[in-house]
Design a protein around this ligand. Structure first.
Ligand SMILES: NC(=O)c1ccc[n+]([C@@H]2O[C@H](COP(=O)([O-])OP(=O)(O)OC[C@H]3O[C@@H](n4cnc5c(N)ncnc54)[C@H](OP(=O)(O)O)[C@@H]3O)[C@@H](O)[C@H]2O)c1
Length: 332
């Protein structure tokens, strides 16, 4: 099969088309003939040599795909040969075929193409497990998303809004802010021209927000503590702005704040299976009802993975960047 290999750590052009054997599935896994794969920021970090795949995972980039199940261990799954699925994969998504545990597969939401469905798993699993799992966003609580126009942000805005939460976002341009509002955010703050702490405080009458989903960290952290409500939760999914922060521990104590975070890729298969079940029950009906839509900014042919990474690193995109495998029909 043809794959996109990281020939050495470095700039986007280290991504090259190469030949590899089709991977062999293990117990509990299926083999997927890939129609489309999502590009995620962790793929960029892996390409640069800063995010090694967990033990046992493919060294090829790619964390989410959609396509046809062509083989597998069907002993304990309702999926069968010929089914079209989207899937969270442990690696190896930039290829014509990949394997993944069958419990990490989900059906293509009705009415959606495999290209659209391939844009869902990595961001939806991450948002669900962090915002609704770790940070326990519930009831009529409010959510602030840093980086609202990212792939993660576009998913988080839509899921939280569809479930009835008031969503605040920050983004790096007025155009990105407008896109976030169109996706359902109630308030969008251009962090380059406005102080998000002041805006959040004034928009909430001084109370602050209940949960913050943060991919920036660094010097954002003391500011985020300032605009969290009492009993608020701050959940990290990345440290784009730096991994160290100054903490006012007394404030955390006095205002009963929780600081947490997680990374999805190294979590056990059983954890990912539980998230898949929750997404199927709570979020797939919203996708099928058109209340949540995939946000695809640009799609590249598989061979142009380097261009796709360069676009992601420019941070000029809004939503997801995708790869399609050529000569494959992506609509179902
Ligand atoms: N913990 C997990 O399990 C997990 C899983 C998936 C992804 N992630 C992380 O979540 C983040 C978003 O992923 P994604 O795939 O949605 O990425 P993405 O679409 O490329 O979005 C990243 C966005 O972050 C904003 N940003 C803010 N500060 C930045 C900085 N210092 N450098 C670069 N960008 C900055 C940029 O928009 P502005 O113009 O608004 O600044 C950029 O568009 C990534 O950091 C990724 O590693 C974590």
């Amino acid at each position: 099969m043809r794959v996109i290999d990281i020939t050495q750590p470095g700039a986007p052009d280290v991504l090259q088309v190469r030949e590899r054997p089709i991977p062999a599935f293990k117990a509990g896994e299926v083999l997927i003939k890939i129609h489309a794969a999502g590009v995620n920021r962790p793929d960029v970090f892996q390409r640069m040599g800063n995010y090694a795949p967990p033990p046992g995972a493919s060294d090829l980039p790619g964390l989410e795909v959609a396509g046809e199940i062509v083989d597998g261990d069907f002993a304990n799954t309702h999926f069968k040969k010929g089914d079209l699925v989207c899937a969270l994969v442990p690696g190896g998504g930039y290829a014509e075929y990949c394997t993944t545990p069958s419990v990490q597969c989900l059906p293509i939401p009705k009415g959606m193409s495999t290209l659209e469905a391939a844009s869902l798993p990595e961001t939806f699993f991450t948002v669900w497990s962090n915002v609704f799992g770790r940070a326990q966003l519930t009831g009529n609580e409010t959510l602030l998303i840093q980086g609202g126009s990212s792939g993660i942000g576009a998913a988080a805005i839509q899921i939280a809004t569809a479930l009835g939460h008031e969503v605040f976002v920050t983004a790096g341009s007025d155009e990105k802010c407008r896109a976030c509002l169109e996706l359902g955010a109630a308030h969008a703050i251009n962090y380059r021209t406005e102080d998000f702490v002041e805006r959040v405080k004034s928009l909430t009458g001084g109370k602050g927000v209940d949960v913050i989903l943060d991919m920036v960290a660094g010097d954002y952290v003391p500011r985020e503590i300032n605009c969290l409500a009492n009993d608020g939760r701050l959940v990290f999914i990345a440290t784009l702005g730096g991994k160290s922060a100054n903490l006012d521990c007394q404030t955390i104590m006095m205002r009963r704040l929780t600081i947490t975070g997680s990374t999805l890729r190294p979590r056990p298969i059983a954890f990912k299976a539980a998230i898949a079940e929750q997404l199927l029950a709570r979020v797939w009906p919203l996708l099928e009802a058109g209340k949540i839509k995939p946000v695809i900014f640009k799609t590249f042919p598989f061979e142009q993975a380097a261009e796709a990474h360069a676009l992601m690193e420019s941070s000029s995109h809004i939503g997801k960047i995708m790869l399609t495998m050529d000569a494959i029909q992506t609509d179902i």
